[in-house]
Write a protein of this length. Structure first.
Length: 220
């Protein structure tokens, strides 16, 4: 038996097979932005903390809706109430209750993402936990990458066959899609939050990498 990376073939007169692996990556401009932001309020009275949080939440959501973001793109993803403590002379002393309301916002016009953050902060949001860039039609891009991965596998099989001076059937007897991270966001090149002087939040979405991998077995 002979092994060659990234492919291998088996010399058996009755059942000769050549296995190779193909891959492809696409670099895509993101088209949507998913923002997770939060509203934190504290009070010694839990009801007061909840009521203040609810008031700010309504204010934040209304301001985002006024930017043209549809209500279906705004979703509560977490709501927590935790007691806060200080430590005085190694003793735990109750401080307050902290209420946190996390919202997920999908921005379909990527240029508006910074404005959404600024508007939410101006209306009471005081936490931004994540900013994720994506594409709305990722399946179409992945299918294109998958087709290129299959072609890559065939090209490798032909190269190995030429080196071994053998003929292969170009139609694989078996092909397998190998799960991969279909879209991996490249870290933000820049993310600055405007606080003074009228400077707005500036986001650089970078590029998204879509990857597809396959394994293919050819007969010869």
């Amino acid at each position: 038996m002979y092994h060659s990376s990234p492919g291998s073939y088996t010399q058996s007169p009755a059942n000769r097979k050549l296995t190779v692996y193909g891959s492809s990556t696409l670099s895509i401009e993101p088209t949507i932005c998913k923002i997770t932001l939060g509203i934190n309020t504290e009070s010694k009275d839990v009801t007061t903390a909840q009521q203040e949080n609810a008031r700010i939440h309504q204010q934040v959501v209304k301001s985002i809706l006024n930017l043209g973001i549809p209500s279906t793109n705004i979703q509560t993803i977490d709501y927590t109430i935790f007691p806060q403590y200080d430590y005085v002379e190694n003793k735990q002393v109750f401080k307050s209750y902290k209420v946190t309301h996390l919202l997920s916002i999908v921005v379909e016009t990527i240029q508006v993402a910074g404005t959404v953050i600024d508007t939410a902060v101006q209306n009471g949001a005081n936490q931004v936990t994540s900013i994720h860039f994506d594409v709305s039609n990722r399946s179409e891009h992945y299918e294109r990458a998958l087709q290129k991965a299959v072609k890559d596998a065939l090209s490798k099989a032909k190269a190995i066959a030429n080196a071994l001076q053998i003929s292969i059937d170009p139609v694989p007897v078996k092909i397998l899609e190998i799960p991969a991270n279909s879209i991996t966001p490249i870290p933000l090149a820049k993310m600055s939050f405007g606080e003074v002087g009228g400077i707005s939040t500036n986001l650089e979405p970078g590029q998204l990498i879509i990857e597809a991998k396959v394994g293919a077995k050819f007969s010869y």
